[in-house]
Ligand binder design. Sequence first.
Ligand code: SAM
Length: 521
Amino acid sequence: SSHGNVRNKVRETQRLFQAICRKLLQGEEANLKKQGYLSIRPDLKAAQIIRAKGKEVNTGKQIIGSVSGVDVGDEFQYRVEFGLLGIHCLYQAGIDYMKHGGMIIATSIVALGGYADDLDNPDVLIYSGHGGNITGQDKQQPEGQKLERGNLALKNSISAKNPVRVICGSKETKLSTLDARAKIVLTYTYDGLYTLERYMHDVGPHGKLVFKFELKRIPGQPELAWKEVKKSKRFKIRDGLCVGDISGGKELFPICAVNTIDNKRPPKFNYITEMKYPDWYCPTAPKGCDCIGGCLDSKKCSCMFNNGGKIPYNYNGAIIEAKPLVYECGPCKCPPSCYNKVSQHGMKIQLEIFKTKSRGWGVRSLTSILSGSFICEYIGELLEDKEAEKRKNDEYLFDIGHNFSDCSLIGGLLTLKPVVQLSSSEVVEDERFTIDAAECGNVGRFINHSCSPNLYAQNVLYDHEDKSKPHIMLFAAENIPPLKELTYHYNYFVNQVRDLNGNVKMKSCYCGAAECTGRMY
Ligand code: SAM
């Protein structure tokens, strides 16, 4: 569909932007260590690169109303992204406007806070006008706001009754992947279309004039996930809550099960938080690096060397790019706070499982997730492939060595569909292994397949050196809003999955993506 196409273009541009940012940030982090400052702004530089590549979307004419390919609830980490997608073209100013019918009208605003903290009336937003110097900063004379430019455009939009896009910045507490300490992160959400209802004069500090504009959300748009989460936190109830914690206290956060579809509880299984290896396999610890003061020098750090000379993560824990194999620091001499231990530290994101209409149980997050974040490991029992084929229940098998992502580009996380490279010699060895999470597993066993996924599976080694049995770590391939289902591509081939007698097995896919092929295998 044409919406599907533009949507994919928007997602691709965002993934590209995020991947370039992470790569640039990686270079800057090295500078930061050496010089104590960043020499460039990765977001601004990444935007330049996107423009040079001609990868902007919806540019040219300013748009009134919704912007194709951008959905309500979409999340952004940097303001420059708005311009690249055509949702808000001014980088700094909070009010964007255009000439229309002989006057200026507002097209979009960026609001930092402003929602009345009144959950009965969550669709009303009060937005303060711009300009003036109402706080009397920089030793200048305090001055009131004027009804000009953006303020005038907002006032005109009351009578023009045109829809105005609202992008809302909100602060969220996230746990550091290094030490699980809380950190505040600002994310922007596209909240949808609003109309201007009225404006008021208010008195700011120093008694100066401030305009207050009242906006009302146009009904019929998707509910905003962060509001739903806030509501459930406030009232301490989740609709359809049926199990308080499927991990039984084994994870950092309880993982609840929510079912608003029927009255079934999730089937029983044994929740484990570490891979279960067969008796015959005893993993041997790698030698590890000798970097006592931290892994800084690619010539001295054997783990950096294994990863091609760089640590595969940003300091904030985001993975830079997909690779055939990531080597984390394991039992090394480097400190526990080493940046190269992201996924082995375990889950830091609050997840829940929920019943879907057609795909059984699925997984989603209660907070927003930044592109590149570690989600969880696919944990279960390690089996030889021939052993796995004998298992009656094949629903929870993960075939190691089948999950090659596109690693041709700095992206990896760029393409929406994984590119399969069966010839890759880096991981495939003669014996192949499968993880079975049917009887024993973690929350990873509930993550469904999608033809247009938002996660990808990354092979990671840290506690042993056996390339045929890497840990399967799931990472976010894009920014994911709260309550959006988390999915990865199972990487099956249609008509190539067979039973023990050699007969082709078929399974329908109900992922619902525009590009769904209809078959999982
Ligand atoms: N939905 C599963 C549950 O309720 O336990 C969790 C995922 S499990 C690893 C894999 C199974 O989920 C598949 O064998 C299939 O039954 C179902 N599933 C996953 N993705 C699906 C999709 N896109 N369409 C239909 N069924 C899907």
